[in-house]
Ligand binder design. Structure first.
Ligand code: ADP
Ligand code: ADP
Length: 228
């Protein structure tokens, strides 16, 4: 139930067919990488999943809610980290978290508890008082991920969450997000970087390969072993 299911989804920009009959169902509690080169359609898919774009071809179901019919219920079940950070640089980490919690109607002690928990999960607790401006790129991304967990989503979606980061920061983020999946969260991780996919010791990692708007494969990440 705590998963994402896409059926026969298509989308075009005028003449350009960006997605064609895309269907898949994420395994609950798995880390699923959406792998595809630039132009494959990853951002378009994310825009549809978050209802920035709407398509009349195909269906999207999030944690049991049809996105077209019950957008509020469906969207309340996803946490999203976009490629472009949306942080207020002059606010502290804590203020950013409180602000975001308030947007979700989460207040008072409940907000304090959830913020503490979310920062803890991303190992960002000790940075709560720092201004976002003073954080490095990796810590900013981790704060964004923590923020996306506040409303306790069933599915966490990240679109190229490591763009512009050095190898060490990327690794830390990939590891943290795997920990979230290991704790039961369904994770959808869009990337064009094969090295962000764990093929060893990762029974709960899957890969969906997107190419020119079509799903070429949906398989355990371990099946990629040796092909990287
Ligand atoms: P990815 O995120 O995998 O790089 P996109 O979803 O951005 O892929 O793009 C999928 C395809 O749709 C590409 O061929 C891209 O050039 C095209 N595309 C994306 N946005 C537009 C747009 N606004 N108008 C026309 N074509 C677009
Ligand atoms: P991404 O890294 O998400 O694939 P791109 O660099 O492909 O982003 O595209 C950046 C922006 O330009 C996006 O908003 C996308 O929708 C738009 N875009 C991409 N391809 C085209 C295109 N062929 N025509 C018009 N807009 C496009």
């Amino acid at each position: 139930m705590n998963t994402l299911e896409v059926s026969d989804l298509s989308y075009r920009y005028g003449e350009k067919q960006a997605l064609k009959d895309v269907s898949f169902r994420l395994h609950e509690g798995h880390f699923t990488a959406l792998l595809g080169p630039n132009g494959a359609g990853k951002s378009t898919l994310f825009a549809l999943l978050t209802r920035l774009f709407v398509s009349d071809q195909g269906r999207i179901n999030i944690a049991g809610h049809d996105l077209a019919r019950s957008p509020r219920a469906a969207l309340s079940k996803i946490g999203v980290v976009f490629q472009q950070p949306t942080l207020d640089l002059d606010m502290s980490v804590m203020m950013n978290m409180r602000y975001f919690a308030a947007l979700h109607g989460i207040k008072g002690r409940d907000a304090a508890r959830r913020i503490d928990q979310a920062l803890e999960r991303l190992d960002m607790r000790e940075r709560a008082g720092e201004r976002v401006r003073s954080l490095n790129g990796g810590h900013r991304r981790r704060m964004e991920i923590a923020r996306a967990l506040l409303h306790e989503p069933a599915v966490l979606m990240l679109d190229e969450a490591t763009v512009g980061l050095d190898f060490k920061s990327r690794r830390a983020i990939v590891d943290h997000v795997h920990d979230l999946a290991d704790a039961g969260l369904t994770v959808f991780w869009a990337t064009h970087l094969v090295d962000e996919i764990r093929t060893e010791d990762a029974d709960s990692d899957d890969v969906i390969v997107l190419h020119q708007g079509r799903v070429l494969a949906h398989e355990p990440a371990a099946d990629l072993r040796g092909t990287q």
